[in-house]
Design a protein around this ligand. Structure first.
Ligand code: AMP
Length: 429
């Protein structure tokens, strides 16, 4: 089977790498891909948000499956359009991708389904939103309803700052149309974890828990990014909490989506806040997380393709996917200045040497090839150095050993990926 992967990040390189190992994969095509996916298959220069261009490419290539990596094409209805052409596609249809594309829809579904989540209000006018926070006081998360590339959430320690964030989003339109509607919700304390599941409309198979690192700086300081690293397993989500998350978050969401006529098929990603034995859903995403995807796929023992096909066709079958008992860690290497402005076009050195470290695979994200075929930086998040180990400690050691062999002008990575897991377990997991 020929497989077309849509996207250009580390997630898509990991998908291409894993799918290429499938005995049923004949050819991998990525649109637009990066310098790493070019080595797993062939790149085609069509952007992930160019729906008409992707349809034309799919008509030409006739893939047996299109795997949609990022949320934007899902929210634009790429899967609906492909299905109308008779081309199987992995990822939710537009109406189901609302679970990520509209925070108001997502929170209202949580309320209807009885999913534990932060108290909230949904507002179309800034006055109502400001009165809501002023009347209650305390700390808030103010969220633009629509997609804002992970930047549409402002955490506010008091009501005055929440009112300022509301004004920024609704009056000054800091996030454009995404901020026409805002969700204002109670600030939750705790530790975050990501729990992903393959979903076929009815059934859900969990992947192991993972943890992301959103902030750019060590110790979770500084502005939020697309994600600076991830690891799996996430010891904060004990087996008992994982079961609780399945019963109180994932399955109720799948049932509620089916009941409202928007059956959910694809990866359902629940962002969770854990405090002691208690957990609440922070958000849903409608695709693999990037960088969580990289360590998760590294731990997956089974062929990925039948699970993606099972989600796409609405029949996952009866056998849950198997994952190894090892740990995996992904350290993101970014261009200096990211998530602010940064340089592009710097030559990347040491990729071969890094890939030679035991248990390491270097996934590309923002990379391209220069005129002489040498990899250069082409985005903010440039590489996801991913490693396996018997413990998180071993995997972390291997990832940083590989990072130490890679260099370009201005390279930056957090030095504390996995530190929370090591603190929690004393390095035993
Ligand atoms: P979201 O896109 O809704 O997950 O928000 C992005 C990030 O903001 C999350 O990963 C959390 O770190 C943080 N966040 C969101 N909502 C809350 C909340 N209610 N309380 C505390 N932190 C939050």
């Amino acid at each position: 089977m020929k497989i077309l992967i849509v996207g250009s990040g580390g997630r898509e390189h990991a998908l291409a790498w894993k799918l290429r190992q499938s005995p049923d994969a004949r050819e991998i095509v990525c649109a637009p891909g990066n310098a790493g996916t070019a080595r797993e298959g062939r790149n085609e220069p069509v952007a992930a948000e160019d729906i008409e261009g992707l349809l034309a490419l799919a008509r030409r290539e006739r893939p047996g499956l299109v795997v949609v990596g990022p949320e934007a094409p899902l929210a634009l209805g790429l899967v609906n359009r492909l299905e109308r052409e008779g081309i199987p596609a992995f990822g939710p249809r537009q109406e189901a991708a609302e679970l990520e594309a509209s925070k108001a829809f997502s929170k209202e579904l949580m309320r209807k389904a009885g999913i534990p989540t932060a108290e909230f209000g949904v507002f179309r006018d800034p006055g109502g939103a400001k009165r809501f926070v002023r009347a209650r006081g305390g700390a808030w998360a103010v969220k633009a309803d629509g997609l804002a590339a992970g930047k549409g959430v402002v955490l506010c320690p008091d009501a005055a700052r929440a009112e300022a964030a509301i004004a920024e989003m609704m009056e000054r339109r800091a996030f454009g149309a995404a901020g026409e509607v805002v969700v204002v919700e109670e600030f939750l304390k705790g530790e975050e974890a990501s729990l992903l599941a393959f979903v076929d409309g009815e059934r859900a198979f969990l992947l192991p828990a993972a943890q992301d690192h959103k902030a750019v700086g060590e110790g979770d300081t500084g502005p939020n990014t697309g994600g600076m690293g991830a690891y799996s397993p996430a010891p904060v989500l004990t087996p008992a909490l994982e079961e609780k998350a399945m019963e109180t978050v994932i399955l109720p969401a799948v049932r509620a989506m089916a009941e409202c006529g928007r059956p959910y098929r694809g990866i359902l990603y629940a962002g969770l806040m854990v405090q002691g034995d208690d957990l609440k859903a922070l958000e849903f995403n409608c695709r693999f997380g990037d960088p969580e995807c990289q360590p998760l796929l590294m731990r997956m023992e089974d062929d990925l393709l039948p699970y993606l096909m099972g989600c796409a066709s609405g029949n996952l079958g009866a056998r849950p996917p198997r994952f190894d008992h090892w740990a995996a860690v992904c350290v993101v290497m970014a261009a200096g200045g990211y998530p602010g402005s940064y340089r592009k076009g710097d030559r990347i050195h040491g990729l071969e040497e890094a890939g030679a470290v035991e248990g390491v695979k270097v996934f590309h994200a923002g990379t391209a090839l220069d005129a002489e075929g040498h990899p250069v930086t082409a985005g903010g998040r440039v590489l996801g150095v991913t490693s396996r180990g018997e413990t998180i400690k071993e995997a972390v050691g291997r990832a940083y050993e590989a990072c130490g062999r890679i260099h370009w002008e201005g390279v930056y990575c957090r030095r504390d990926i996995g530190a929370k897991a090591l603190r929690r377990t004393g390095g035993r997991v």
